[in-house]
Structure formats: C-alpha cells, structure tokens
Design a binder for this molecule. Structure first.
Ligand code: DON
Length: 319
C-alpha cells in the first residue's frame, strides 16, 4: 500500500477519534465492561497488505459480523434451494432483534437479522457439537489462525438471551427452524462470542473483496455464487434499519455487530474494518459509520460511483 494511501487512511482515523457519541451495548451484560474509547481501523488490499491504526490488534467478539459467514457456510453445505426454503432475501427495515416473519412466505426476511441468522445456523449440518467447530474452523480460515471464544461473553449472552430464545422458539413453532432451539442457540451464541481483531476483520473483508480467495493463503473460501449472494444481502440488509442510509452514503456491502465492529467490502478492490464500541440508535458503531463515510468519500469507494475504467465498456461485451 503506498504511503499516500496509508496517510489518507490515518487521516480518517485521526478525524474520527474525537467522536465520542453513542453508547456501548449493555443488553449482554459482559459487553458493557469494555473500554468504550477503544478504536481500531484497518484496510486490506487484495495482496493481503494491511494498513492499520489504533487498537487494531485488540480482540473483541464478532457478534453479528458472524452472520454473513454462517449464511455462506449454510449455502455452501446445504445448497441454495434448501437455504432459500427457510430464509428470504428481503431487507426488513427493522431492528436486528425483531420477531420478523414475512406474512406471505412465513420465513425470516433475511439472514442478517437475528431470526434469519439463527435459522441459517440451524441449517448447518449436525447438532451443536458438529456445527460449532465446523463454523469456527471456517471463520479461522478467513483470519489464518484458530478462533478462540470469549467464554464470559458467551455465558453472559446465553444466560440473558431471552429474546433470542423467544425468536428461536417462534421459528421452531412454524417449522422454519431445523433442530432444537437450545441446541441451535448454543452454536449461535458461540459464533457471536468468537474473538477477532480489527486486523482479522479487515482480512475477512479483503477475502470477500478478492472473489472469496483468502489473499495470504490462496484458499478459496466462498464460491462465486455464494459470495455474490452474501454480498448482495450484506448490501441491502447488513446494517438493519440503518441499511438505506448506509447504502446511500457509504455504498459498500457491509456487516455490523453490537461489539462495535463493522466490516465492509469493495469487490475487486479493498476490504476494511472498524471497531469502536459506542453504538448509534440502530446498534451500529458511531465511529465506524463515520469512518466508512469518510473513507468512501475520500477514496471514491461507493459501488455506484462510476470510475473511468469501469465506464469504459465497449460494444459487444469487450472491455
Ligand atoms: O443476537 C444478539 O443479540 C447478538 N449476539 C448479536 C447482535 C448484533 O451484533 C447486532 N448487531 N448490530
């Protein structure tokens, strides 16, 4: 990565550091114990080279950023027909923890809200003893090292996650959920408590930007059609009821989590991640949203911004 690009990313970091608005998530009690001032920002190009600033190596829990990866693994292991028979691909415009079932299809509206994400996890083959290690192994291949869990966060969410238990039982009552709610939630709460750093997340984003190929290991982690599906759902649903504002102003497929993480992808160019625990009213990191807005503006990252090389499509489909 050239020095001017690094400098520009650092400039964005410096400008976002003074932002102290928002509040740390406390509905999972253990999440509220984090130092709210922490802030990491990283961008990774397709060679795997990362420019990172601030607390880029501090570990935090993945939370909802695990959802696109669980969805991808379900699509890969069970196939599109099986997954689409349970989860739709429509933005909900609702909060992440909404009791959301489409009145016509009876399915959760998408795999980024909890109802759809819990369903996606239920579609992973086997019970929690089989599904959890398979999913953690999959996540580990994106970051290039084994994934550890934050056992305190896991226990904290498992003990207090009554709303997710209610959602899982609702899904089971209408035969959307495969398996037993408590067993599925065991895997779901564990995937949410997977520990990563901002640097890890940036590499995960770069893998998605790089056609599903992990830049450092060369391993294909998402086949093209699974990647296309996952990025499409991230673009339309990744930031919940803040998704429209995000797509309009940042314009990148992305996923946020209540630990304060946001991962975003510009296909074919770059992956990036921000972590800072204070959240806005939609449950998205305040500094994260601000930083991505600035990065998108400064580097012209919005997917609907036409650059000369992409506009230069010649007749007959040649480029
Ligand atoms: O299911 C939950 O409530 C959490 N483990 C994850 C929610 C989450 O990260 C929503 N993101 N903004």
């Amino acid at each position: 990565m050239t020095t001017p690009v690094r400098d520009q990313v650092q400039h964005v970091f410096d400008r976002c550091r003074p932002l102290t608005g928002g509040a740390v998530a406390d509905y999972i009690p253990e999440l509220a114990t984090v130092d709210p001032d922490q802030f990491g920002l990283a961008a990774t190009v397709l060679s795997g080279e990362t420019a990172g600033f601030g607390d880029v190596d501090t570990l935090f829990t993945l939370q909802s950023v695990s959802k696109p990866f669980a969805y991808a693994l379900a699509l890969e292991l069970r196939g599109f027909d099986a997954v689409d028979a349970h989860i739709d691909v429509e933005p909900s415009g609702e909060a992440f923890n909404q009791f959301s079932l489409d009145p016509l299809t009876g399915h959760p509206r998408n795999a980024m809200i909890n109802a759809g994400a819990i369903t996606a996890t239920s579609l992973l083959p086997g019970d929690a003893d089989e599904a959890t290690p398979a999913l953690l192994d999959y996540l580990g291949r994106f970051v290039g090292h084994p994934i550890m869990l934050d056992e305190k966060v896991f226990r904290s969410e498992s003990e207090t996650g009554h709303r997710n238990r209610a959602i899982a039982h609702l899904l089971r009552s209408v035969d959307v959920l495969e398996g037993e709610p408590d067993d599925v939630l065991d895997t779901y709460f564990r995937q949410c408590s997977a520990l990563v750093s901002t640097r890890d997340l940036s590499l995960m984003a770069a893998t998605l930007a790089n056609g599903g190929v992990q830049p450092l290991t060369g391993e294909v982690l998402m086949p093209p059609l699974v990647l296309r599906r996952v990025l499409s759902v991230m673009a339309t649903c990744g930031l919940y009821d803040g998704a429209g504002d995000w797509l309009t102003n940042v314009g990148l497929p992305a996923k946020s989590g209540v630990s304060g993480a946001i991962l975003a992808v510009l296909p074919g160019r770059v992956g990036a991640a921000v972590w800072s625990p204070r959240l806005n009213e939609h449950g998205n990191s305040v500094r994260g949203v601000a930083a991505f807005r600035m990065l998108s503006d400064e580097f012209g990252l919005h997917v609907f911004e036409v650059h000369r090389e992409t506009a230069d499509v010649r007749p007959g489909g040649e480029r």
